[in-house]
Design a protein around this ligand. Structure first.
Ligand code: PMP
Length: 346
């Protein structure tokens, strides 16, 4: 199927010219800046930040091996999720499909933007059920949300299924890769050249250890990124975030790689130890920094762990995750502690 971007963008966005803030209109450098109604007294923060995060994008582009024009940066990848609805979906008319169970913000942003949700249940092994997704697509379906590694299951989605979807869909396939750095699988960014209708989401919140600064990214064709730039607030990524992100990307790559390696090795160690605990029915395979664990009496275990001072995520009421807790991989000491606590409970 041929993908025609102009046909699926909300008409109001298509005709919209990007808003030009003061720092957009004037692109050179000057001695005196009296154009943006800023406070002139220098405290390091009195000037608006670069609206297009040029330096940061350059660094990310080289890290991800894609062009700077293929990157949108936002206030967490949550911002990108919200903007996708605003770019592509007409409220009250269009719909989107999201794999289920998966990350909760697709539904939240869909609801906020008044876009109908169509849940595509994963298989028992948390794989994509292609016929089910295809049967839910109609001419008003604008977005399909996939998440790989998926939250809360932890598995990577089959790349052939992802490509099959992108090949046959008139709309945009979003692949949320918040946890990709904990996986040995290839990122879907390698598909971007071939598929003009794929958007890949990543974040500095997980492997990079920078959840507090809120920096997420969408990577896609230049034409799709142009749409993001039309819709975003002018200064959506603040200066402190841009500076801290640059510092990490330039100077902390080694440290972050070591942390990732340690988290992965801890994940495998914790998985083994959990499997020896009698109440554990199954530890699902994970390529993320958490494990989904099916247990006897998961709700009781959740409360008892809480009384002992450890909080995990109770997913036992989530479809396909009945009886499951989602446990984030912590430091080796924290992991040892939760294993001891679980051993005591049973
Ligand atoms: N996607 C997934 C799958 C997530 O689990 C999360 C956070 N839990 C996010 C996106 C949000 O990322 P950010 O912090 O960049 O908004």
């Amino acid at each position: 199927m041929t993908f025609n971007l102009n046909k699926i963008v909300s008409p109001n966005i298509l005709s919209l010219a990007p808003y030009r803030c003061a720092r957009d209109e004037f692109e050179g450098s000057a001695e005196i800046y009296l154009d943006a109604n800023e406070n002139p007294f220098d405290n390091g923060l009195n000037r608006y930040p670069d609206p297009y995060q040029t330096e940061l994008k350059k660094e990310i582009a080289s890290l991800k091996n894609i062009s700077e024009e293929s990157i949108f940066l936002g206030n967490g990848s949550d911002e990108a999720i919200d903007l996708l609805f605003r770019i592509f979906c007409i409220p009250g008319k269009d719909n989107y499909i999201a794999i289920t169970p998966s990350y909760g913000m697709y539904e939240v942003c869909g609801n906020v933007n008044n876009v109908e949700r169509r849940a595509a249940l994963l298989t028992d092994n948390f794989e994509i059920d292609l016929p089910q997704i295809n049967s839910q697509i109609d001419s008003n379906t604008k977005l399909i949300f996939l998440c790989s590694p998926n939250n809360p299951s932890g598995n990577i989605l089959d790349v052939n299924a992802v490509q099959a979807l992108a090949n046959n869909f008139h709309g945009v396939v979003v692949i949320d890769e918040a946890y990709i750095d904990f996986s040995f699988s290839e990122s879907a960014t390698t598909l971007l050249e071939k598929y003009p209708n794929i958007v890949v989401l990543q974040t500095l919140s997980k492997a990079w250890g920078l959840a507090a600064i809120r920096l997420g990214m969408a990577m896609a064709s230049k034409d799709i990124i142009t749409l993001f730039n039309k819709v975003k607030y002018p200064y959506n990524v603040n200066l402190l975030t841009q500076e801290k992100a640059l510092e990490y990307l330039k100077e902390k790559k080694e440290m972050v790689s070591q942390q990732i390696a340690e988290i992965i090795s801890e994940r495998e160690r914790v998985k083994e130890l959990l499997s020896t605990i009698p109440a554990v029915i199954k530890v699902f395979p994970s390529e993320a920094n958490f494990l989904l664990v099916k247990m006897d009496e998961a709700e009781n275990i959740y409360s008892t762990l809480l009384k002992k001072g450890t909080v995990v995520r109770n997913r036992s009421k989530v479809i396909l995750c009945e009886g499951c807790l989602r446990i984030t991989i912590g430091t080796p000491i924290e992991n040892q502690k939760i294993i001891e606590q679980l051993t005591e409970i049973i």
